[in-house]
Design a protein around this ligand. Structure first.
Ligand code: SF4
Length: 449
């Protein structure tokens, strides 16, 4: 046990925002029970490694992190997506590579992790000596926070193994989500990032059950959730939204300024045959028409999407159809991944696997093609006054901010060189003066919002 006899747990967290949200819930429990938490192995009595198992590179990174924790500390508990991954014979990957780990759980398993921690490092005598703040322990800065509304996914996209790792969709009760959102806002959060595997499906598993929030009936449904969150008077940003018809109802809320005019919609492709082979949700929707309608209702909407290049069987003509789609859709932000065969994904059995070079070359072409479109979209903002939130003050660069169209970590920035006096986490009005491919440059208008 550490010198001051308070048991200390080292915590290493890898992976996506959903994994970070799992990590926050485990860290919150550890702190609530009086454990000390450290971000390194040194002096820790035990280490928890929260892993990612999405693509092969992430598996390798996670296995390396476990190996390092075993070498440096020796007492290691593994949780997260890789923990749930099995080989063809049903044997756990982690257990096979690192048989010395003390316990292995899958994702979203706070209770199991805590049981393992209690077994190998008993709880401190007085659990109230180190009370946790009401908003829990978060990995994000004080002014924004992820709000996870559901776990798992009912789809079976052929390139993805998340449902086999995280299970079918389970929506969190609406009162629970809203209570957490309120606690976060009371603790100083000014931007809530709504996440899940499939945000538009929120409530499907419970048939949009009516819950009660302070005695009022509220449906477990994305539209109702957005309306309720908008009452908190902070930025509300939606991630991982699929283009179902029901999403059309959310856009007027954006147009009315109730939630941010920002939609992160992972389209993944534009060709109907490929979308079908991918088994994508809403693959029969006319997405160009839908985007046109969204922009008609909310002209300021920022649309971000991701695409996969070189999916098995993708022909040159089908890839060009994707470029044509980008040309017409004029999306604001685009990310691309060269298809990577994830172990266990059904897409690996599809005929027509393409060589690595072709997948990579198409990704490069797609990104180059999109670059001009993204730049043009940013150029249209030059001269306009916009509201930004300040993420950081840099002594050289000034205020590093984000606009309504920029999600933290994944989109661009708004750099305000004369913004040294601005305060982190606050909103300001600025005038856009210039841009490059990703970022905007602006001058302060010096009225705090
Ligand atoms: S929607 Fe598809 S890609 Fe997303 S988590 Fe579900 S199965 Fe995976």
């Amino acid at each position: 046990m550490s010198k001051n006899s308070v048991p200390r747990v080292g915590f290493v967290s890898l992976g996506c925002p959903k994994a970070a949200s799992d990590a926050e819930s485990i860290l919150t429990r550890l702190r609530a029970e009086g454990y000390e938490v450290a971000s390194q192995y040194d002096g820790a009595d035990l280490v928890v490694v929260n892993t990612c198992g999405f693509i092969d590179a992430a598996v390798e990174e996670s296995l390396d992190a476990i190996g390092e924790a075993l070498a440096e500390n020796g007492k290691v508990i593994v949780t997260g997506c890789l923990g749930a991954k099995k080989d063809g014979d049903g044997r756990g990957i982690v257990e096979q590579v690192h048989p010395k780990v003390l316990a292995v759980t899958g994702p979203h398993a706070t209770e199991e992790v805590m049981t393992a921690v209690h077994q190998y490092l008993p709880k401190p005598h007085d659990p109230f000596t180190d009370l946790v703040p009401p908003q829990g322990v978060r990995l994000t800065p004080d002014h924004y926070a992820y709000l996870k509304i559901s776990e798992g996914c009912n789809h079976r996209c052929s390139f993805c193994i998340i449902p086999s790792l995280r299970g079918d969709l389970v929506s969190r009760p609406i009162h629970d989500v809203l209570r957490e959102a309120e606690t976060l806002v009371n603790a100083g959060v000014n931007e809530l990032l709504v996440i899940s595997q499939d945000t538009s499906a929120y409530g499907v598993d419970v048939k949009y059950r009516t819950g009660f929030v302070e005695g009022r009936p509220v449906k477990t449904k994305l539209y109702d959730l957005c309306r309720e969150l908008s009452q908190l008077d902070v930025w509300v940003r939606l991630h991982y939204v699929y283009p179902y018809p029901s999403v059309d109802d959310i856009i007027p809320l954006m147009a009315d300024g109730l939630i941010l005019p920002y939609l992160d919609v992972p389209f993944q492709h534009a060709n109907p045959r490929i979308l079908k082979a991918m088994k994508r949700p809403a693959n029969a929707e006319n997405n160009l028409e839908r985007i046109r309608r969204w922009r008609e209702i909310c002209p300021d909407i920022t649309i971000r999407s991701t695409f996969i290049t070189g999916f098995p069987g993708e022909t040159e003509a089908e890839f060009e159809e994707l470029l044509q789609f980008l040309d017409e859709a004029k999306l604001d932000r685009v990310g691309a991944f060269a298809y990577s065969p994830v172990e266990g994904a059904t897409a690996n059995e599809l005929p027509g696997a393409l060589p690595d070079e072709v997948r990579e070359e198409r990704k490069r072409r797609l990104m180059e093609f999109q670059e001009d479109i993204s730049t043009q979209r940013l150029e249209e903002k030059i001269g306009r006054e916009i509201v930004v939130i300040v993420d950081q003050i840099d002594p050289e660069e000034g205020a590093i901010c984000r606009s309504e169209g920029d999600a933290p970590e994944i989109d661009g920035l708004v750099i305000v060189p004369e913004g040294g006096e601005m305060e982190v986490g606050k909103f300001y009005q600025v005038r856009v003066t210039d841009c490059d491919v990703h970022d905007l440059y602006a001058e302060p208008v010096w009225a705090e919002e």
